[in-house]
Design a protein around this ligand. Sequence first.
Ligand code: HEC
Length: 170
Amino acid sequence: MQTGVIAAPVTYSIKGEQYVAVLAGWGGVWALAPGILSEIAGPVRNVSRLLVYRLGGSARLPPESPVTRPPLDPPAATGTAEQIAAGGRQYGRFCGGCHGDAAYGSTVLPDLRRSALIVDGKAWASVVHDGALRNRGMAGFARVLSPEQIESIRRYVIKRANEDEALEDK
Ligand code: HEC
């Protein structure tokens, strides 16, 4: 199927021939939240499509394209240990459900360790505080997080990116 399947299958028959249809696609909490755990079988791409099978069917899927990710190339970690730890707690509470446990991102949403925005506190705040990407599903967090907390989260993500780069877990 070249992707995950989360929806339930359905089966039906037409003129005595049985078909099994699945709405294939990767997303939802298991793809997003558990970070590295959701990649135990390797990274899975989202390819949204309806696949229908029958005995003796001969159609083939088009060739599978590889998973491509931006490089893991973070700036050097900065900030005090307290700031980074506080950022980690806020990350877990407000960000990890979509961007992955410990900032280990999925193939579905931006992997923040690889985001170009981590190098620039102002660009980061324009998204995370001001909501520059709200029309694309990334809300601004100004109502619940202070600019300092949002900056702490950035430092935490940079720290995590450096740890994974050192492990060559790219
Ligand atoms: C409900 C899900 C959700 C939550 C929670 C969430 N995000 Fe996002 N975030 C998104 C989506 C969806 C995008 C992709 C928007 C797009 O397609 O441009 C995104 C994009 C981003 C980007 C842009 C990355 C890039 O390189 O384009 C940043 C930075 C970001 N999020 C940071 C955060 C931070 C920090 C938090 C926690 C305070 C957070 N997000 C919480 C869904 C979420």
